[in-house]
Design a protein around this ligand. Structure first.
Ligand code: BEZ
Ligand code: FE
Length: 290
């Protein structure tokens, strides 16, 4: 006869129920999940009312999800889980550019743009020039690499958040590096912005007296043949919220000076008006064979 389900035997009873699981990885994951979950419940000792509240919170989180909104990923982001998964999967040679979260505003098809093009289709904001090179760990330039970029505008919104105000594709671009592995584009200075707060995750932030802001940044995905792709950001040095990013995604190695340039000759060279800001952001990729 099976032993009674008690506080002491509960976790083992459930773990034992997975004995016949054929996939060993699935069995490992479920075993660890149950052990941690039961440990958490024993630690917190929720009342029935708190347990119902927790179920209500998770239900509301699921109900907030749609084709264009992923509240569970946002929950994972504000609990630091997304960055932890990212970091665990990013063990690589030190010289390689650090990765950080993808975020919910990436679109599969950024507009294809040419070297030196502007990704700004609105003209609202401080002009900014971004230059860089994609190289391998040994410094070899990677011509023909793909560089997908996207960012929030001067008001802190992505194009997809206000399709009635900004054209879709604004402040996005898919570039290909030149023969020297270089990329270059014109844009406007990104601004810090709040993550979406109109759902359960926003309530969690309010209840814990946390702000919803992300520091100003530009997103990048760089990929080149024979190399691991990297999903990352460049952050604006000196910007607000660098120390308290709502999703814990700042790495010091990704913070750069966006230097103020007041030289008309340089402005002409890049096709902008002075004064403008300039950032150099080189991206180092790890070879797949290494
Ligand atoms: C973003 O940088 O676009 C982002 C990342 C995580 C949550 C919300 C936004
Ligand atoms: Fe972002």
């Amino acid at each position: 006869m099976a032993a009674d389900f008690t506080e002491e035997t509960a976790a083992k009873a459930v773990v034992d129920s997975f004995t016949d699981t054929r996939d060993p990885r699935l069995r490992q994951i479920l075993t660890s999940l149950v052990e941690h979950l039961h440990g958490f419940v024993r630690d917190v000792e929720p009342s029935m009312q708190e347990w119902e509240q927790a179920i209500g919170f998770l239900t509301a989180t699921g109900q907030m999800c749609s084709d264009t909104r992923q509240e569970f990923i946002l929950l994972s982001d504000v609990l630091g889980v997304s960055m932890l998964v990212e970091t665990l999967n990013d063990r690589k040679p030190e010289a390689v550019t650090d990765s950080t979260v993808l975020g919910p505003f990436h679109v599969v098809t950024s507009p294809r743009r040419e070297f030196g093009d502007s990704i700004d289709e609105v003209g609202d904001g401080q002009p900014c020039v971004v230059t860089g090179r994609v190289v391998s760990v040994d410094g070899t330039p990677l011509p023909g690499a793909g560089v997908d970029v996207w960012q929030a505008d001067a008001h802190g919104f992505y194009d997809v958040q206000r399709p009635d105000v900004t054209p879709v594709g604004n402040l996005r671009g898919l570039f290909t590096t030149d023969d020297g592995g270089a990329f270059e584009f014109r844009t406007v200075m990104p601004r810090h912005y709040p993550i979406p707060t109109d759902g359960p995750v926003g309530q969690l932030l309010t209840r814990t007296s946390r702000h919803p802001y992300r520091p100003a940044h530009i997103h990048f995905i760089a990929e080149a043949a024979g190399h691991h792709p990297v999903t990352t950001h460049v952050f604006v040095a000196g910007g607000e919220y660098l120390d308290t990013d709502a999703v814990f995604a700042v790495k010091q190695s990704l913070v750069r000076d966006f230097v103020e340039v007041d030289d008309p000759q340089q402005a002409r060279r890049y096709g902008v008006t002075a004064p403008f800001r300039h950032v150099q952001f080189d991206i180092v990729l790890a070879p797949t064979g290494a």
